[in-house]
Design a protein around this ligand. Structure first.
Ligand SMILES: [Zn+2]
Length: 191
C-alpha cells in the first residue's frame, strides 16, 4: 500500500536529486502538518499505486514548483486514472523581518549560514495542497473545416492584432537601424 511520506522520499532521493536541497524544507513542512493531510493520506491508502511527480517552476520562480499526485488501480496500467488528482504547491512565504546584521559574536551564530536564523529576512516554505477535480474533458465535435468556419467569426480581431504586431516590429527594427547608424558613425570618427 503506498504511503505519502515514503513515496515523497523515494521521489526525492531516486528521481529528483538535483532538486533535493530545495525539496527538503517542503518535505519537513508537510511532515509538520501531517495531521491536516488526512484526506490525502486516506485517499492514497485506497490505491494500489500512486504517481508522484515533481515539476519545478521554470517560468517565474515565484514558487518552488508543484508535486503532482496521481492514483492508479493497477500499477501496470498508467492510463486508467480517476477524474481527480492532488497538487501540492510549494510556495514562498516572505517574512521581511529585517536585513541580516548577525555576526560571529552572537550567541546562536551559524557559521555556514552566516546568520543566527531568528529574526532576519526569511523565505519560509509554505504548502498548499489542492484536490483537482476534472469536471469536463472533451474534444471539439466535428471535422476540421467546421472549426475553420467558426474561427472565421474572429477574423477582424485577429487581423487587428496582426497589424499591431507588424507595426511594433517595424518600429523596433527602425529604432535598431538608427542606433546602428549612430554606432557606425561613432566608430568611424574614433579612428
Ligand atoms: Zn541574521
Amino acid at each position: 500500500m503506498p504511503e505519502l511520506f515514503n513515496e515523497l522520499k523515494d521521489m526525492m532521493l531516486n528521481h529528483e536529486k538535483d532538486h533535493l536541497r530545495n525539496l527538503i524544507p517542503y518535505y519537513e513542512t508537510l511532515w509538520q502538518h501531517r495531521d491536516k493531510l488526512k484526506e490525502l493520506t486516506d485517499e492514497i491508502s485506497k490505491w494500489e499505486s500512486i504517481g508522484i511527480q515533481y515539476e519545478c517552476d521554470q517560468e517565474d520562480y515565484y514558487t518552488e514548483g508543484t508535486i503532482i499526485i496521481q492514483f492508479y488501480k493497477d500499477s501496470e496500467d498508467r492510463y486508467t486514472q480517476p477524474d481527480f488528482h492532488y497538487d501540492i504547491n510549494l510556495l514562498h512565504d516572505q517574512r521581511y523581518w529585517g536585513y541580516c546584521e548577525c555576526n560571529e559574536n552572537d550567541e546562536d551564530y551559524n557559521i555556514l549560514k552566516k546568520c543566527c536564523g531568528d529574526g532576519c529576512d526569511w523565505v519560509v516554505p509554505q504548502i498548499s495542497v489542492n484536490k483537482i477535480n476534472k469536471v469536463v474533458y472533451e474534444s471539439f465535435d466535428g471535422v476540421e473545416k467546421d472549426l475553420w468556419e467558426l474561427e472565421d467569426k474572429w477574423k477582424e480581431y485577429l487581423s487587428d492584432h496582426k497589424e499591431k504586431v507588424r507595426q511594433e516590429e517595424l518600429d523596433r527594427l527602425e529604432n535598431h537601424l538608427e542606433q546602428t547608424k549612430l554606432d557606425i558613425k561613432k566608430l568611424k570618427e574614433n579612428k
